[in-house]
Design a protein around this ligand. Structure first.
Ligand SMILES: Cc1ncc(COP(=O)(O)O)c(C=O)c1O
Length: 395
């Protein structure tokens, strides 16, 4: 592995060269079932034909134009994306390139909305303990986990953390200094923790009463992952802001901040920008993803596959497995042993002939396995992958 990379990732010893559907192939011809989707990015698997067609056709026509001009493809993507989130009240979108960038945009909107309406002193954003919102200085500050708050200070000022699920603490925290509440409907990075319905609906009520922007970070749980286009659709709430990234363009970098009635027009010319944001190549990919992922029958299948996944794991009654939780194809399993060792062992199952596959998983903390398989995974692939996991856990 090239040692010119900065040493920021604990990379597993495998070099991938090709993908096909739910499968990845390494440089030695070994194959692996992909239960991680590049951390929720390759949501339609690898080489999904409509996505490949959209990207290759667009690449041959036009990859990029500056946002100082217009692009019919980018406009079509923005319209389709906004329409896909219309049930949650979204009206306008800003397109960038990553989840962190989307959350930065959300924080800027909340602060400006409040400043223009109420003047200075109301700029703090509340986030939840256990949350993850990105790796920039501001989104690290937004992230409610102390382990991310080392070495890089001073962080952006103006974030306050509350314990997830504690209505009383939230009520107290949402005082006159607060402009926004940023939260994941299902916390991903910290181990797939869905928020309680009552908590989310009370949070929404408190925000509405106090004119605090309710902002859902749907970067990991959005774009169909949980069986609805947005995870927050399952609650009786109307967010003011939604952020998306990861799976939205099926593997091409993207980030999106969507805003509803209150904040759709908060940002004006010169307030925000991004050189690559929403360029025609990403937009063409995004259109192809939305075309598939917004179909009700497709979303229903995601929910069903997720239920089957959980049912199979539970049916093992495996002594190594302490808990299973999640929604749709966003699932976690707490285990007795070390999660990273299980990841390594699942990878090592791959046989040289290519007939015996390995399995790619994610971890979320020391003792939690995280599963984010592609939505297009078949029932047989799902079962095969889980068999590999069971074999590893049995040893
Ligand atoms: C919920 C959530 N928000 C934000 C991010 C940051 O996204 P990115 O890595 O694209 O900046 C992530 C990435 O894992 C995430 O899961």
């Amino acid at each position: 592995m090239a040692d010119v990379f900065m040493n920021t990732y604990h990379r597993l010893p495998v070099t991938f060269v090709r993908g096909e559907g739910s499968w990845l192939f390494d440089i030695n011809g070994k194959k692996y079932l992909d239960f991680g989707s590049g951390i929720a990015v390759n949501c339609l698997g690898h080489g999904y034909p409509p996505l490949v067609k959209a990207i290759t056709e667009q690449a041959a026509k036009l990859n990029h134009v500056s946002n100082y001009y217009q692009s019919d493809v980018s406009a079509a993507f923005a319209e389709k994306l906004t329409a896909s989130c219309a049930a949650s009240g979204m009206r306008k979108v800003f397109l960038g390139n990553s989840g962190a960038e989307a959350n930065e945009g959300a924080c800027k909107i909340a602060r400006k909305y409040s400043l223009k309406k109420y003047g200075p002193g109301r700029h703090t954003i509340v986030t939840l303990r256990g949350s993850f919102h990105g790796r920039t200085i501001t989104t690290l500050a937004a992230t409610g986990q102390d382990k991310f708050h080392q070495d890089f200070g001073p962080f952006t000022e103006g974030f306050r953390y509350v314990p997830a699920g504690d209505v009383e603490a939230l009520d107290k925290a949402l005082d006159k200094t607060i402009c926004g509440l940023l939260l994941e409907a299902i916390q991903g990075e910290s181990g797939i923790f869905p928020q309680e319905r009552a908590y989310i609906e009370t949070a929404a009520k408190l925000c509405a009463e106090r004119d605090i922007l309710l902002m859902f970070d749907e970067i990991q749980c959005g774009v169909g992952r949980t069986g609805t286009f947005l995870a927050c659709e399952t609650y009786d709430v109307k967010p003011d802001i939604v952020t998306l990234a990861k799976g939205l363009c099926g593997g091409i970098p993207v980030g999106a901040v969507l805003a509803g009635e209150k904040a759709a027009d908060t940002l004006t010319v010169g307030d925000h920008g991004s050189t690559f944001g929403g360029n025609p190549l990403a937009a063409a990919a995004g259109l192809a993803v939305l075309e598939t992922v917004t179909r009700p029958a497709f979303l229903k299948e995601i929910a069903e596959k997720g239920e089957r996944f959980q049912t199979i794991i539970r049916s093992w009654n495996h002594p190594q497995i302490k808990a299973v939780r999640g929604r749709g194809l966003m699932i976690a399993c707490d285990i007795q042993g070390d999660a990273w060792s299980v990841l390594e062992a699942c990878l090592a199952q791959a046989g040289t002939a290519g007939d015996k596959p390995g399995l790619l998983l994610l971890s979320a903390g020391a003792q939690t396995l995280r599963f984010l398989p592609p939505y297009t995974i078949s029932g047989a692939e799902l079962e095969r992958g889980l068999e590999i996991l069971k074999t590893v856990l049995n040893h």
